[in-house]
Design a protein around this ligand. Sequence first.
Ligand SMILES: Cc1cc2nc3c(=O)[nH]c(=O)nc-3n(C[C@H](O)[C@H](O)[C@H](O)COP(=O)(O)OP(=O)(O)OC[C@H]3O[C@@H](n4cnc5c(N)ncnc54)[C@H](O)[C@@H]3O)c2cc1C
Length: 333
Amino acid sequence: MSEPDVRVDMLIVGAGPAGLFGAYYAGFRGMSVALMDSLPEPGGQISAMYPEKVIYDVAGFPAIRGRDLVKNLVEQADTFSPRYLLDEQAAELTHEHEDGGVAGTIVVTSTAGLRVAAKAVVITGGLGTFTPRPIPVGREYLGRGLVYFVPSLAIYEGKDVLIVGGGDSAFDWAVSLEGVARSITMVHRRDKFRAHEHTVAKVTASDTEILTFHEVREVHGDDEIERVVLENAKTGEVRELAVQGIVAALGFTADLGPLTRWGLTIDKRHIVVDTRMWTGVERIFAAGDITEYTGKVRLIATGFGEVATAVNNAAPVIDPAAKVFPGHSSDVA
Ligand SMILES: Cc1cc2nc3c(=O)[nH]c(=O)nc-3n(C[C@H](O)[C@H](O)[C@H](O)COP(=O)(O)OP(=O)(O)OC[C@H]3O[C@@H](n4cnc5c(N)ncnc54)[C@H](O)[C@@H]3O)c2cc1C
């Protein structure tokens, strides 16, 4: 077999909050580490779904915006210069000794063919790979005015924005864009919303125009989006609207996909682990939302603890002379 593209002590699959903190811990333990994620930016669910929301239950932060928590985690991990392999979905896993290679090495190959060799793998894959539910029309404008993830509020300054959807994300974006965008219009094909009452009330009372029973029929624009045609599905009435941005907040599907073929014990879309966060498969650990055990609580706070446990238990697997307990970071200069 040819030499892998990347060789590290530890590969972390999933650059959400658990994976990012794991990268810090692996570095603290003296390991070289790579973080692979199918999304183009780190932060997992936080970056994808709620970067502008304030989180109140992360220890040590009475209140922190999602985006800021991710920035801090990246900064903390950067102490040890992890290698980011973004836009790469981990697909295949082989134990190298199975095909005559170096014993004790795992090789993970991404969907795009990138091969990463590691002495241990920690899976922090959360819900799995996210795929946004596509907007029925105008998909060709992706990156030219159409987004499924809002990369930054600033790009909507002074623009007319259309938000499609009636769930939490749609209403959260309407709240966040208020005062940033020139105008906000929301379309939803029903008159019932799947969002917190409080947020719905806030948006209803704002300048945002909410069009229920409406659907997007056409999207136009030479290069970037310029206007849309909306139809009232009840009355058939059609109206045109000038917009420069569409936020399609129709939800995501999440799928463990290739991870289910790695010989792990899967319990309803989660990986079963023991108290060491070991999956039962040689050199593979897991942490964060993706794990399952009696009493599991899926929160950022628990993911942080679990990934510290996983990385520290992987340390003696990588180097038999290493101890599980890392010592105190406060004792290290
Ligand atoms: C709207 C909302 C609000 C929330 N508010 C809070 C809150 O206030 N407090 C709180 O504690 N929790 C909150 N949560 C939950 C919290 O976001 C999750 O518990 C947390 O993100 C889990 O972190 P994680 O690192 O385990 O996984 P995730 O954040 O899900 O990250 C997993 C990453 O793995 C990647 N991945 C998956 N499979 C692969 C693969 N095969 N190859 C490569 N990459 C892969 C994914 O792309 C993703 O980036 C909220 C969740 C949502 C949706």
